[in-house]
Design a protein. Structure first.
Length: 573
């Protein structure tokens, strides 16, 4: 990192007053450790409503806010604040990256978007631009005062300076291209046919490799190269740190596709000459047709996101009825539904029986999450993925833990709960489990924590193994779920002292008719017996499967033949 730049940012921040809005105490504490190094004057608000009230009564240079908060979200708060002060700089902090928030941010003129935990280089980069914004704002205010005093005698000079300031507000100062504000103005005129988003591939890596100053020089040369490749009736804009946009008039879809292909091919074959160095760059491209009633910025985001999923250096043109876009819209719908389900406490535990094949008794239940809304029961596949994208997966785990511990405190059954990689990496999760066990007087040996097999191969596997062993040392039991489907390392997996292996249903469903599946299951059972680990067969759907797994020596069975998940415990068959 450029030490001189960092020192300048620190000095400038000392003169600024910051309103910091965050509802999560833990996130607030960790973020303040960084912010206190830069700012001397920080006012803290604990939710959007609190932040709005404090803004009205204070005098702030800058706002930093979380997005998802009770009472009033960060974006709702900024919308109300902008009614009071249209140009107050604002930075959004979030634990996840979601394109609809980015689009809303563009429309609102948000100055930056930071992922939590804060990356110091990204923070310094954004603060550099914000400080320039603040300086320009102060200069404009001073200029306004001065101009008003000169209005009667220097009308022409005032008009000229006003035009320059207006031009600056619509121009990216680094490249000289029009910015997102100008793009918004031109879109309102309805004179164009297509909008194209260009996202620089791996620009974050380039930034880290070459440094901020050299990266800025790359952006300048990139802008020149793009301008040279524009066709008639095209206008280019610099809309984000690593993103450009091209507004097209009188072009159809096939011409846009052809242009996208040619642009990618050009940068594949052509290196940029930057400060006597040859640099190769390229783009991922998303485009959408401009119509009278569509949200063109959102549709370009959808297209760009899908292009990135296909692969770098490729393109995608938005089609509303295409399967990818329908899936993405469905995902966005469930993001909003999931937030509401959690806030309104509509996540409930369901219980599926686990059958002891030796004693012919139901001895245990797996706790599964369901959403209950207007008498409808929603399966977890509808909301768990959305919860993960929202950074709320651990919140659902905690809801299920709390409610299931309360439920099983009234009986003597053993039960299993599912825990995720994110749960294990959360600092307070172990303490939460212990606290709930003590509060509900649940003996830890009654509780089995189920993990997916691939967790032990994650990037943070050392930390995960350490936390799993701590959980078992306290007295909880451990099980590996969906065993056999992942390509995990057995020696890595067995660093954990396991109590149960749940054999993946893919091997159980056809075991009565597939010798291969039967051999795989027998091998897993033999391995488990050697290690003194009990085995559970999932997806036991009929008596034929039941008979076969008994023959294979499996200890426990779970599936619809035993019983479906239900909000109450089932009686013995």
């Amino acid at each position: 990192m450029d030490e001189i730049l960092l020192d300048n940012i620190e000095k400038e921040c000392k003169n600024l007053s910051l309103l910091y809005v965050e509802d999560n105490a833990q996130a607030r504490h960790s973020t303040l450790l960084i912010l206190n190094e830069f700012f001397d004057n920080i006012e803290i608000a604990v939710d959007g409503k609190d932040g709005y009230e404090k803004f009205k009564s204070g005098n702030f240079s800058l706002i930093m806010t979380d997005i998802n908060m009770p009472k009033m979200s960060g974006l709702e708060m900024l919308k109300e604040i902008r009614k009071i002060d249209l140009s107050i700089p604002a930075i959004v902090l979030s634990a996840y990256n979601e394109q609809n928030y980015f689009t809303d941010g563009i429309k609102m003129g948000i100055d930056g978007y930071l992922l939590k935990p804060i990356d110091i280089e990204q923070f310094v980069d954004i603060m550099g631009r914000v400080i320039e914004h603040i300086k320009l704002r102060r200069e404009n205010e001073a200029y306004k005062t001065k101009l008003e005093s000169m209005v009667r005698t220097q009308t022409k000079e005032i008009e000229a300076k006003a035009k320059r300031l207006y031009f600056q507000a619509l121009t990216d100062q680094l490249t000289g291209l029009y910015n997102s504000a100008m793009l918004s103005q031109l879109l309102k005129k309805g004179e164009h046919s297509f909008l194209i988003y260009l996202d620089l591939v791996n620009f974050t890596t380039i930034n880290k490799q070459y440094g901020k100053k050299f990266s800025n020089d790359i952006l300048k040369e990139t802008a020149k190269a793009l301008e040279a490749n524009l066709r008639k009736n095209m206008r280019i804009f610099k809309i984000e740190s690593d993103r450009f946009a091209i507004l097209c008039a009188n072009l159809d879809k096939f011409e846009v596709i052809e242009f996208s292909k040619q642009l990618i091919a050009f940068f594949d074959m052509t290196n940029l000459h930057v400060n006597s160095n040859e640099i190769n760059i390229n783009f991922t491209i998303g485009a959408a047709e401009i119509t009278a009633d569509n949200d063109i910025l959102m549709e370009c985001e959808y297209a760009l996101d899908w292009a990135k999923r296909i692969g770098r250096r490729t393109y995608y043109v938005y089609e509303q009825q295409s399967a990818p876009m329908q899936d993405e819209q469905e995902t966005i719908k469930w993001l909003n539904i999931t937030k509401r389900l959690i806030v309104e406490d509509k996540i409930e535990p369901y219980y599926q029986a686990i059958y002891d094949l030796k004693t012919d008794e139901i001895v245990k239940y797996e706790v599964l999450a369901r959403a209950i809304d207007d008498d409808k029961v929603y399966s977890p596949y509808l909301f768990l993925t959305a919860a993960e994208r929202l950074g709320l997966l651990s919140s659902i785990t905690k809801i299920i833990v709390n409610k299931s511990f309360s439920f099983f405190s009234k009986n003597s059954y053993h039960f299993s709960i599912n825990i995720t990689e994110k749960d294990l990496l959360e600092d307070g999760f172990y303490n939460f489990l212990v606290e709930k066990s003590n509060y509900y007087n649940i003996e830890p040996s009654r509780v089995t924590c189920e993990i997916l097999e691939g967790i032990t191969m994650a990037n943070s596997s050392n930390i995960i193994v350490e936390k799993l062993n701590a959980i078992r040392e306290y007295g909880f039991l451990l099980a590996v779920d969906d065993f056999g489907v992942e390509n995990s390392n057995f020696s890595r997996l067995l660093e954990i002292e396991l109590d149960f292996i749940k054999i993946d249903g893919i091997f159980i469903k056809n075991i009565a008719n597939s010798k291969k599946d039967e051999n795989i299951v027998r091998a897993i059972v033999n391995l488990a017996k050697t290690l003194d680990i009990k085995t559970v067969a999932e997806f036991v759907e009929n008596q034929e499967i039941m008979d076969k797994i008994i023959e294979c020596g499996i200890d426990y069975a779970q599936g619809y033949h035993i019983g479906k998940p239900h909000h109450e415990l089932m009686e013995k068959q």
